[in-house]
Design a protein around this ligand. Sequence first.
Ligand code: ADP
Length: 412
Amino acid sequence: MRIGRRRPGDRDHRRVLHEFSRALALIVDQDKLHGTIITQLRSALSLDRVLLYLRDDDDGPYRLAAARMSDGQDIDGQGPHVSFARNGRLVRWLRVNEEPLLLDSEPGVVAFLDAPERAALEDLGITACVPLVAMNRLTGFLLVTPEQGHPRWPSHAQRDLLLAMAGQAALGCENAALTAEQRSRVRRMYQAERLATAGELAAGAAHEIRNPLTSIRSAIQYIRGDYQEGSDRHELAGDILAEVDRIDEIVQGLLSFARREAPGFEEVELAELVRQSTCLIRTRARTQGVDVVAATPDTLPVQADPGLLRQVLLNVMLNALQAMPDGGELRVSAERAGRQVRLQVADTGDGISREHLDRVFDPFFTTKKTGTGLGLSICYGIVERHGGRMELESEPGAGAVVTIRIPERQRP
Ligand code: ADP
């Protein structure tokens, strides 16, 4: 056995590493985990700024997951540094070399980077890019800058510690991502089962209700004709008809929830669909004092059923408007994310409480006086039949974001 010479600070570093791995093992919440990684790296390695980038999904770019600077100043959530392309030169270099890229000592590599990447690194005053490798793949990377007064950063010992912490951070992030994926899979299975059972019930009930309802409607209409317009009884019959119509609306909803028709796929210009749908709700939004912002590339073709997709988009936008009775901002964005397209509808409304959040896709779950609670469960089914996923994130009081991902092309 070879006994190496112990460097000054070795024991400290072992303690730091031990505490770091314990902290990572205890945290499963991804946001908390990212925050902890950054905080501990900064204090262990005298860093001024740390930005953590992680793979968005299997096909997507590496996106900014968390960032911090010493003066507490936030790093802007917009700009060229927000994401780095998966097939970009920085990511490729880190993937192949699996070692930190020290920008000052590697001018040749810096010159090889894509121009926007170089600009982003310069903008942020970055000193080193550190790959996070776990299970043989590039989970993410860190962009770091030491505090002022550390001109020869990193020393050998700091470099070793940085690499060891990066290795642990990579494993921690992979682990947390796997746990989150597992949870979401279980939730989706549970959701699918509930939807299928409710769908069968709904179809049966809707069918049974429809026929008597039609008879009731015609009978009331007939009786109403016997009373003079403006009389109490004429009005009463009118009220009954309005209630019958409301039942009919619910039954219609039930039927479209149960129908689960197969989408008719065709080439759809999603950017255009977003423009048209936002136009449709603009007048109503204006009367409520809601600004509608649509952010899409000029063109975003996708294979989908245009009618069903429009139905989903309108439903989600109307929910967002209903959540902002006193004004706000409704932002609809669409972009390509690898082989998928991602559609997001974000509002600045009331948001949803924790206990309600898990139930929003359940059929008949509603918090509205005249809601049917079928809108989101119908949308969920439609997105699923497109081979996609639909999620709703929200903090009470801080609005809601609905994210819809569907494959760009349907499998033949
Ligand atoms: P409904 O609109 O008839 O209530 P949905 O299925 O469309 O049915 O929505 C279910 C519930 O989800 C709503 O009642 C509301 O509580 C919640 N919800 C949906 N979208 C939002 C949103 N953007 N902000 C806040 N709550 C929402």
